[in-house]
Design a protein. Structure first.
Length: 135
């Protein structure tokens, strides 16, 4: 997880508009889940089962991502690029959307009644998330 945190922090602290950096952060999370699916599943499973390691993960890694994303969202609000937001709530919302889409492929396909429908939604997920926070 540390490499993902490093990348998210690098993107968050970089140049460019907050909207562009949020899109890059979303892409980084999606890449991590695609390139390291077993690690992503183990992390998610630990959280779902409320295992002891979650406290360490939350303190050491999840907090870093939360702070990085919150910083970009707050900057976007301050610059007028994003609507007025409760930044902590928006950060959890962005995270929840990503995790849901990355862990519920089978549910999404069943709800939509079409195998592979999840993939089409994933291709536009970053735009959907940005539309929720943008002015």
């Amino acid at each position: 997880v540390a490499p993902l945190c490093d990348e998210v922090e690098r993107i968050a602290g970089g140049d460019g508009a907050p909207r562009d950096r949020m899109a890059e952060i979303i892409a980084a999370v999606l890449r991590f889940a695609e390139k390291r699916p077993d690690e992503f599943r183990l992390l998610h499973r630990a959280v779902e089962r409320r295992e002891r390691e979650v406290q360490v993960l939350a303190q050491k890694y999840f907090r870093r991502n939360f702070q990085a994303i919150s910083g970009v969202l707050q900057e976007g609000v301050d610059r007028g690029d994003f609507r007025s937001l409760n930044v902590p709530q928006a950060t959890f919302s962005v995270t929840a959307i990503l995790i849901y889409f990355l862990t519920r492929e089978h549910v999404i396909d069943e709800v939509l009644g079409e195998r592979g429908a999840w993939k089409a939604l994933m291709e536009t997920l970053h735009g959907h998330i940005l539309a929720l926070v943008a002015v």
